[in-house]
Design a protein around this ligand. Structure first.
Ligand SMILES: C[S@@+](CC[C@H](N)C(=O)[O-])C[C@H]1O[C@@H](n2cnc3c(N)ncnc32)[C@H](O)[C@@H]1O
Length: 256
């Protein structure tokens, strides 16, 4: 492994990296949804939906304990909720940036859902130190959040701790496609996207950080090896939309 975790500009250590990420998301929270949909031309909705479909069996179980970690403004959570039966055990939706989480809570909270519909409970928490019992969850999903963790191995180990043996993990995140398409996409991702991001949100940092963080993220083979070495089985990566994004899916080994 050459990479350990996210490295926002100027961060000197893991604590500094986590703090920079938290402050950045709090700062862009008011514009986050708008920017997301503009920059991805709404393809993000398809990715969240596909991710939820991958775990439809566990989501259909009303008693399943499910966590959406790094839930942000809650669109992955909403896609997961679509697959929960009425009256199902509430999902947990966790994030450490209060500005993001509070916006999410207005979408997925009990008060904003139809009577009897499944809902999620917001939890302000750090993915690397989850305030949850060991071996208590059936499914953990993270969309576009894992890449921002200050230490990827520590994140996978913490998810492993709270998952039940046989529990499932899904990590949806960006990737860097290869070939000619990859080259064309790199121009969009590294030049056009940061410029649009700056124009809409009026801030320099976050949309330069995005391509840099994807470049710093381990490629699929490396991520899969890391998952295997931290106690997961049946590890697989499914590319979405020519590999611009992709879903890592794995099962927590029966013996940790
Ligand atoms: C790009 S947003 C993704 C939000 C949402 N899941 C989505 O798909 O739109 C990444 C989120 O991860 C959160 N995050 C990053 N590191 C975290 C950590 N260590 N613990 C909890 N949340 C974290 C950020 O606060 C941010 O809300």
């Amino acid at each position: 492994m050459t990479t350990t975790g996210a490295k926002p500009e100027g961060a000197k250590d893991e604590a500094g990296a986590a703090q920079a990420v938290q402050q950045m998301f709090d700062a862009i929270a008011p514009r986050y949804d708008l920017l997301n949909h503009v920059l991805s031309a709404n393809v993000d909705r398809v990715w969240w939906g596909r991710t939820a479909r991958r775990f439809k069996a566990v989501l259909a179980d009303p008693d399943a304990a499910v966590l959406d970690i790094c839930c942000g403004t809650g669109d992955m959570t909403m896609a997961l909720l679509k697959r929960r039966p009425e009256g199902a055990r509430p999902l947990l939706a966790a994030d450490f940036a209060r500005g993001m989480l509070s916006r999410g809570a207005r979408k997925f909270g009990k008060q904003d859902r139809a009577e009897g519909a499944a809902y999620a409970v917001p939890l302000e928490a750090d993915a690397l130190h989850l305030p949850l019992r060991s071996e208590s969850l059936d499914l953990i999903v993270s969309a576009f959040g894992f890449r921002n963790l200050a230490n990827y191995e520590a994140g996978l180990r913490e998810f492993n701790r709270v998952l039940k043996p046989g529990g499932q993990l899904g990590i949806l995140d960006f990737s860097e496609p290869g070939g000619l398409l990859g080259k064309a996409y790199a121009v969009y991702f590294r030049r056009v996207l940061p410029a649009i991001g700056r124009a809409i949100c009026g801030k320099e940092g976050p949309y330069s950080y995005l391509p840099a963080s994807v470049g710093n993220f381990p490629p699929p083979q490396e991520m899969l090896s890391l998952m295997q070495s931290t106690g997961y089985e049946q590890c697989a990566w499914k590319p979405y939309t020519f590999g611009i994004a992709g879903l890592y899916a794995a099962t927590r080994a029966l013996v940790a």
